[in-house]
Design a protein around this ligand. Structure first.
Ligand code: NAD
Length: 429
């Protein structure tokens, strides 16, 4: 069942889409993109809203609301994460889907942009109920996903187990002889179900490659550099652990339950173990518990937002005391926050570059599924490193040449790639 979303819900998250649109407008001002292409790219191709019933383990039936926004597929199948969160909204999915289009175009992977989710808090449901919700959502999506059409992946609140259930449900909806060929309908699966080595860590690892490039350019030795990370899920924890192995110190971190500081440096593996046992950081015994403002004001070299969008506004940017912000989350910095960071000479490595390691390795997973191959970890890691460094350098050169920030440089590279394809293919009929 496809339904309209209420006006109230649309306005609540309007500002996320306004941020994505504002960033796009800034880039348009710096490029000679055709007016008709601008009009096309400002809105997604398809917006799908689904209401689907699930019979829960308490015997009751509940109606859930799910979304899938398909922004562009001019470069390849729509591609993007599935979010399980009580605050998933249509306008948020629209912004996140557009960011996926720019991210894939920037990285030159043959995918377009998509994003979706289900509006619920998985922490309030048993594993059995989460499985039912995932399978019913996948069934409701039906032919709106597929390995050559639209390929979901993990995001906030989802993981490889959720992707395995999605893939299994989808492949049970096709004729038996096609099942094996449909594994690539979802990426971010577990290794045993056709996932790729290195996918789980890929977003965090990609951030670290960007930070390394930036540190080389700015002559900052990473050994003993200090780091603060907001959000300690897949992206935040992997970035923390890889940076720790390079000799950096994690001096502040936090999640939706609060923030902690430790000038001597946290052990990022202990933090992960604590979350494994307790579900989140609440009650973490190490370091000192601090306010959100104190967390943002922590003096450090590298700040990684890896939680939600719109976390760094004017207020937070004024507090911040770091040298570089590497955006692990999508859309964590609003336009006013970004201006203040620029005035303070703090570089922002934008989300579409910094967190693009995830979609790059999702592409490798999709390729392996298509070819029935299994690449080893070192192979995946070295391909990712080469691609992240190459793309970072392209963006950095463009930014220097045009005297613009890295975000606008990344948008321009992506938009020019999209424009080149539209110019050749035209609009049919
Ligand atoms: P996750 O669910 O594994 O972790 C999210 C973390 O953010 C958790 O620690 C959670 O407690 C914290 N958090 C949630 N709400 C918060 C709040 N209000 N304040 C502070 N912390 C809060 O999710 P993830 O996969 O690590 O994704 C994090 C971000 O990275 C999202 O913006 C996502 O879109 C983006 N991203 C993820 C991937 C990926 O491969 N997983 C790829 C690209 C971008």
């Amino acid at each position: 069942m496809q339904v309209m979303e209420s006006e109230e819900e649309i306005s609540t998250k309007e500002f996320v889409f306004a941020l994505a649109d504002g960033q796009l407008e800034k880039a348009f001002q710096m490029t000679s993109i055709d007016d008709s292409l601008k009009t096309i790219l400002k809105q997604p191709k398809n917006e799908i809203i689904l209401h689907f019933p699930v019979k829960l383990s308490d015997g009751k039936t509940k109606l859930f609301k799910g979304y899938r926004v398909q922004h562009s597929n001019i470069l390849g199948p729509f591609k993007g994460g599935i979010r399980f969160h009580e605050n998933v909204y249509l306008n948020e999915c629209k912004a996140l889907a557009a960011w996926m289009t720019w991210k894939c175009a920037l990285q030159n992977v043959p995918f377009g942009g998509g994003k979706g989710g289900v509006k619920f808090n998985p922490a309030n449901y048993s594993i059995e109920d989460q499985e039912h919700i995932t399978r019913r959502f996948t069934h409701a999506l039906g032919n709106n996903i597929g390995p050559e059409w639209d390929i979901p992946a993990p995001d906030l609140g989802t993981n490889s187990q959720i992707m395995d259930w999605m893939m299994d449900t989808y492949s049970n909806m096709v004729p038996a002889h096609e099942k094996q060929a449909k594994k690539g309908a979802v990426t971010g699966k577990s290794i045993v179900c056709g996932g790729s080595q290195g996918r789980e860590e890929a977003t965090g690892r990609g951030i670290v490659h960007c930070v390394t490039q930036w540190a080389n350019e700015n002559h900052l030795p990473l050994a003993n550099a200090t780091v603060a990370i907001q959000g300690y899920g897949n992206v935040g924890s992997n970035a923390a652990q890889i940076l720790h192995r390079m000799g950096t110190k994690l001096v502040a971190t936090g999640d939706h339950t609060g923030y902690w500081r430790c000038p001597e440096g946290f052990n990022p593996f202990k933090l992960s173990e604590y979350i494994e046992d307790n579900g989140n950081l609440e009650g973490y015994p190490g370091g000192e518990k601090v306010s959100r403002d104190d967390f943002f004001a922590t003096e450090c070299d590298i700040f990684i937002p890896a939680a939600l969008e719109l976390q760094i506004g004017e207020h937070e940017a004024k507090l911040m005391n770091c040298k570089v912000v590497a955006e692990g989350a999508d859309g964590p910095t609003n336009l006013e926050g970004e201006q203040i960071l620029a005035d303070k000479d703090i570089t922002v490595i934008p989300d579409i570059l910094a967190n693009s390691g995830g979609v790059v390795v999702s592409y490798y997973e999709w390729l392996q599924n298509k070819r029935s191959e299994m690449w080893d970890l070192e192979d995946v890691r070295s391909r990712l490193e080469l691609r992240m460094k190459y793309t970072y350098q392209q963006a950095s050169e463009k930014a220097r040449e045009m005297r613009i920030n890295l975000r606008t440089a990344c948008y321009i590279i992506a938009l020019e790639r999209l424009q080149a394809v539209y110019e050749r293919r035209g609009i049919w009929p």
